[in-house]
Design a protein around this ligand. Structure first.
Ligand code: CAA
Length: 414
């Protein structure tokens, strides 16, 4: 039977146990702290130790998601991990997660990669699987898991971060019903951000990447508007919240400005005070309030859009139910999607289940010297038969860790 509804039934975030303060990082780099905190909008940045890799972050986020929403692993029929930070050229992160979660052997499992667009690609694939009638009552688990690394002293350093968002997609969603017909797509070959096979650090043409992001937003929105047929279906005046890919918080402001322009059909200059003011007011209402998690976690690449969504849903009360939202995903290179959804009736009852604030409040702040020690240790962490990686060295308290590679096989503890 073809599903009439499809959407997000459950969500959870899991991030590293350590972070750095952006004022301290700016001071250490000889930069005015205002550049990081106001210019980029970042207050803190999650730092993954060598024991916290894409697999452990993804697995713990998925466990939290299934447990908090009372979903039996046997109900999962598709597992997709979207990541830029794969751990193997061949073997997908997803198959490690499959084993660690104890998912059934008839669960199809794979990894999607397109920089920060990987999880959105996974989400659309899961929707198609359900809408096509192949799920047969089962649910899809999509996990976005990444560690953003540009390296110490680079312009990209203050836009790093790490973490994973897990979401279950089903035909009886408790959180969000997706508009399964209107998906605006955009693809273009650009060299704005990439990471060759030999590098653990991303290469980026930073300012060009911002232009590429905004062009992709225009392209994906225009495609969505054309597919929607009626302007009303995509109009911002009918939206209660707009979500964008958030490599750093200020980028969402730039994105919202472009969203306005593309809907208006012309650019808005600073001299056009009337419209510039409207964009600012609209940003404060539709976007800014739910960027608080992104501001203290940093860029989690393919999960960053969904982290903002968690911020929105964790504070949802009944007044948000039935409201429409938009989502824009951008992956450098580049691929993008613009789509729409509705908060389902009863979603506010689940707000407490997806709130990560307790774990975030328990994070340990790193001195900048210790953060730099972690960067150096990370470089050696994937060496075959290298040092045994001890979670105690970084005072970690969690329950799943990468502890090194033995005989070319990654080891996890416990
Ligand atoms: N007080 C307040 N604001 C200040 C300031 C101060 N003291 N000093 C500077 N600023 C402001 C600047 O005016 C600027 O604001 P606007 O963009 O509004 O003009 C902002 O701070 C940043 O300053 P710069 O542009 O001078 O910063 P930069 O040249 O060092 O680089 C960056 C910024 C390009 C984002 C860089 O951090 C970078 O390369 N990051 C990685 C790439 C990236 O995140 N790209 C985003 C689009 S691609 C994408 O989204 C995919 C992905 O996840 C990677």
């Amino acid at each position: 039977m073809v599903a009439s509804t499809v959407g997000i039934d459950a969500m959870a975030f899991h991030g590293p146990e350590c972070f750095v303060d952006m004022v301290e990082l700016a001071t250490a780099r000889g930069v005015d702290p205002g550049k990081y905190t106001k210019g980029l909008g970042q207050l803190e940045m999650a730092v993954a130790t060598p024991c916290e890799d894409t697999v452990s972050l993804a697995t713990v986020a998925a466990r939290k998601c299934l447990t908090a929403f009372d979903i039996d692993p046997q109900e999962i029929g598709t597992l997709i991990v979207g990541t830029e930070t794969g751990v193997d050229h061949s073997k997908p992160v997803a198959v490690y997660v499959h084993e660690l979660l104890g998912l059934p052997s008839n669960c199809r499992t794979f990894e999607t990669k397109h920089a920060c667009y990987g999880a959105m690609a996974g989400l659309t694939s899961a929707i198609d699987w359900i809408v096509a009638g192949r799920a047969r009552g089962k649910k899809a688990l999509i996990v976005a898991s990444d560690i953003a690394r540009y390296g110490a002293g680079t312009p990209g350093e203050p836009t790093q971060g790490a973490g994973a968002v897990a979401m279950v997609v089903s035909e009886t969603p408790r959180l969000l019903a997706l508009d399964k017909e209107v998906f605006g797509d955009y693809t273009r070959q650009v060299m704005d951000f990439w990471r060759p096979l030999y590098s653990k650090y991303a290469f980026t043409d930073g300012h060009y990447s911002i232009d590429c992001y905004l062009d992709a937003l225009s392209g994906a929105w225009s495609d969505a508007a054309a597919k929607a047929g009626s302007h009303d279906r995509v109009a911002m005046r009918n939206l209660n919240a707009c979500f964008y890919h958030v490599p750093f918080v200020k980028m969402a402001r730039k994105a919202h400005h472009r969203h306005w322009e593309v809907e208006l059909g012309r650019s808005i200059s600073r001299e056009d005070e009337e419209h510039a003011m409207k964009v600012t007011d609209s940003f404060e209402v539709l976007v800014s309030p739910w960027l608080t998690l992104n501001a203290i976690v940093g860029n989690i690449y393919t999960g960053s859009l969904f982290l903002a969504l968690i911020d929105y849903l964790r504070a949802a009360d009944e007044s948000r139910e039935g409201g429409n939202i938009s989502m824009f995903s951008y992956g450098s290179g580049c691929g993008a999607a613009f789509c729409f959804a509705k908060v389902v009736e009863g979603a506010s009852r689940h707000a407490g289940r997806l709130d990560p604030s307790t774990a975030l409040a328990a994070r340990r702040k790193l001195a900048i010297a210790e953060y730099e020690e972690i960067l150096a240790a990370y470089d050696a962490a994937d060496a075959n038969d290298g040092e045994h990686l001890s979670p105690a060295r970084w005072k970690l308290r969690g329950d799943l860790f990468y502890i090194g590679t033995r005989n070319h096989i990654r080891q996890y503890y416990p």
